[in-house]
Design a protein around this ligand. Structure first.
Ligand code: F6R
Length: 364
């Protein structure tokens, strides 16, 4: 059932090219994004004054990426909330709000409760769910399914990647309807989306590079993931993945925020994983790398093949294939998953069933 792999997590990481392809390709027809699944009309999309995203854990991290993507492409204000916080802060949600709910299982109690609260407040609801017929899918006005297939390992991998793929489809779809991107840009995103599965495959083919880096670092006590914008969103996921399966203390920080307190924790040998895929922010990130190196940190840089000059600033570097920068989170997450997997394996942890965790959290 593990298909020859030692763990479900390894199998599910390796299934990502297929999962992403299965999620994207049925929604592309004749060079257009076709979302037959949803009933939202162009007029309804135009009436939304904001999108409010609610989810937990890794699905919340997809939401953080989605905020940058929707705001940049579709120019709609986006809020992202952890589901357990959403209900109790009296959110400003009404008929003009699209509440976007993200959940692999479709049964997470906090997320389901937030969805019901959003409906009570009159919002239009759309969910991105992996399990067909689950409670969240049933209770939402519209559902777009991720076609990741069953995910068994507690730490999510392929569900995350397919949720992100749906976010891209939806954001580009909205942007085209709202006229915030040109037909040319629309067409180029569709071409880029089609290339994602093979680029993910390329990263997986070079997984030994990541295994080697894991062998260097599996004994560290603390890890800091830093990044800006989309790379900050990726830091959140990289950090969660590592701590949940390897029990190494890790934190994710917006790189520019580090010097407002957290940098006091950096000492000789502290591992900093610096995500720097966004070319516009590359120089700023390198300043942050210099700041932590000056305090003794060991830095592992992660960027795309476009930014090989990262090697000048970091102790180690990892590359993902080049792609449109907006789509790089879909690639950058893969080495982060593999790193956590190998570290956890080298530490002898129970990778598929980490202590204290359950696959589906059905209590609030
Ligand atoms: C982390 C992880 C969890 C889930 C969270 C939400 O690897 O898997 O953080 O993302 O519990 O679960 P779903 O998506 O089922 O609502």
């Amino acid at each position: 059932e593990k298909g020859g792999y030692e763990h479900f997590m390894a199998k599910e990481i390796m299934e990502q090219p297929k999962a992403v392809r299965d999620t994207i390709s049925p929604r592309l027809k004749d060079g257009r994004i076709v979302l037959d699944d949803i009933t939202l009309t162009k007029e309804e999309i135009e009436r939304f004054s904001k999108i409010s995203i609610v989810a937990c854990g890794s699905a919340y991290h997809v939401g953080v990426v989605a905020k940058y993507i929707f705001e940049k492409l579709a120019r709609i204000p986006v809020e992202v909330d952890v589901a357990s916080e959403f209900r109790y802060r009296e959110p400003v949600v009404n008929e003009q709000t699209l509440v976007l709910v993200i959940s692999q299982s479709g049964e997470t109690a906090d997320t389901l409760a937030a969805l019901r609260e959003a409906k009570r407040l009159g919002a239009r609801t759309l969910s991105i769910v992996n399990v067909v017929g689950s409670s969240i899918a049933n209770d939402s006005d519209d559902v777009i399914y991720t076609w990741a297939g069953p995910e068994i390992a507690v730490a999510t991998t392929k569900a995350y990647s397919t949720q992100l793929a749906v976010v891209y489809l939806l954001a580009v779809y909205f942007a085209e309807k709202l006229g915030t991107i040109s037909q040319e840009v629309y067409a180029s995103y569709i071409e880029e989306l089609k290339l994602l599965p093979e680029k993910i495959e390329k990263i997986l083919e070079n997984k030994e590079d990541i295994q080697y880096l894991a062998s260097k670092f599996f004994n560290v006590k603390d890890v800091f993931f830093i990044g800006r914008n989309l790379d900050y969103a990726m830091s959140l996921e990289g950090s969660l993945k590592l701590k949940e399966i390897s029990y190494i203390h890790s934190e994710a920080y917006a790189a520019g925020e580090l010097k407002h307190g957290t940098i006091s924790l950096i000492e000789d040998g502290t591992l900093v994983i610096a995500l720097a895929t966004q070319t516009k922010l590359f120089e700023k990130m390198m300043s942050n790398v210099k700041e932590v190196k000056a305090r003794g940190a060991m830095v592992l840089g992660l960027t795309s093949e476009d930014n090989r000059m990262i090697e000048k600033e970091t102790d180690y570097a990892l590359y993902v294939p080049s792609a449109d920068e907006m789509l790089l989170p879909s690639l950058a997450v893969v080495p982060l998953q593999l790193f956590s997997y190998y570290v956890s394996s080298m530490k002898g942890c129970d990778i598929d069933k980490p202590r204290n965790l359950a696959k589906s959290v059905t209590v609030e």
